[in-house]
Structures are given as structure tokens and as C-alpha cells.
Design a protein around this ligand. Structure first.
Ligand SMILES: [Zn+2]
Length: 186
């Protein structure tokens, strides 16, 4: 089942016609494709005054005579990084700043406006965990050519050559990874 979609309207249209889309649905747990029901909108609080629709839930229903397994699945717009406060737009600013040689806390401030940069280290640790996935997405191995990046930071030394291929001035690698792989970028 597709997890990431280009925009909210596409998710909404999909979840409003689940019978029509049965061939694109399969529950990862019970393998049924006929028991799904639309199960509400996922919102994200962008600021104290602004709330945005970022996805919808599907429920493999075990209620009202349906024989699903009772599990819930989340469908997201591809600009959203599930379970993280900030999305693809912020990661794009952070990563392109690192690629232009900005230090980690300045890059984090540039991306989020925050001065406390502890979360930047959480991002970097998570990017390290996912590094082999990005490389296989790019069909790029570490020993392809040599690194043009020299960083005193252990994480950046490993990450920047791959992130440079994933994120260019015109390509938000987070969105393209989530759209093509149907997996969360982080
Ligand atoms: Zn199920």
C-alpha cells in the first residue's frame, strides 16, 4: 500500500474511493484488501495559530460486521516526515546548509529558527542509520569516486557525499526518497 502521496487532495480522493482502489490496498498484517475504512485526518500543529492537514488514517476494520485485523495505517503527504516535528522543507534547508559548509548549530538555526540544536544531532544520528538505504536508492556505493568533503565531524564526513547526491539545489532528496521508496526519510 502506498504510504506517501503528492498532496492531501490525492490522499483524500484515494480514501473516499477505497472499493475502487482495492487492487492498490493490502493490509500488511492480515493481507485483506476489502476491509479498510477511512479513519480520520492527521493534523500537524505548525504554529500556535496554524494547523495543517498532513495525512489520513486507514483502519483495517474489525467492527460492524467487517473482518479486518483492527490495525490502523497512516497515509502522508510526501513533504511530511512521519513522527518528526519538522518536515522535508526544514530538512532541505538544514542539509543544503551543511553542504555549503555551515556548521551544525548554524545550519539548524537557519532551517528551524531554533537556537537550541540538540535536535540537529538526533537528525544526524538518524541520517547515519539510514545512510545505506540512501546509497542503495542512489545506486551509489561509498567507494564510487572520492569524497570532496572534508569535515572534522565524524557524522558529516560519512553523510555529506551521499547527501550531496540526494539533495541538489533543485531536488529535495527527502521528498523524492519518500515518493520513490514509499518509506520514511528518517
Ligand atoms: Zn488487516
Amino acid at each position: 500500500m502506498k504510504r506517501f502521496y503528492p498532496d492531501f487532495d490525492t490522499i483524500h480522493a484515494f480514501t473516499r474511493s477505497l472499493d475502487y482502489h482495492q487492487s492498490d490496498l493490502e493490509c500488511a498484517h492480515c493481507f485483506k484488501n476489502t476491509q479498510f475504512v477511512s479513519h480520520g485526518i492527521i493534523y500537524k500543529q505548525r504554529s500556535s495559530t496554524h494547523v495543517e492537514k498532513v495525512g489520513k488514517r486507514l483502519f483495517c476494520s474489525n467492527r460492524y460486521g467487517r473482518s479486518g485485523c483492527g490495525r490502523t495505517f497512516q497515509l502522508y503527504i510526501a513533504t511530511e516526515v512521519p513522527a518528526y516535528r519538522y518536515g522535508a522543507a526544514h530538512l532541505f534547508l538544514f542539509i543544503t546548509a551543511l553542504l555549503s559548509n555551515m556548521n551544525i548549530s548554524d545550519a539548524y538555526h537557519h532551517a528551524t529558527g531554533q537556537f537550541e540544536s540538540r535536535n540537529a544531532w538526533r537528525w544526524l544520528k538518524r541520517l547515519m542509520v539510514k545512510l545505506t538505504h540512501y546509497r542503495s536508492f542512489l545506486k551509489y556505493r561509498k567507494d564510487d569516486g572520492f569524497s570532496i568533503f572534508s569535515s572534522p565531524n565524524h557524522y558529516l564526513q560519512h553523510l555529506l557525499p551521499t547527501l550531496a547526491r540526494l539533495f541538489t539545489s533543485t531536488n529535495n532528496g527527502c521528498i523524492s526518497y519518500q515518493t520513490d521508496r514509499q518509506q520514511s526519510f528518517l
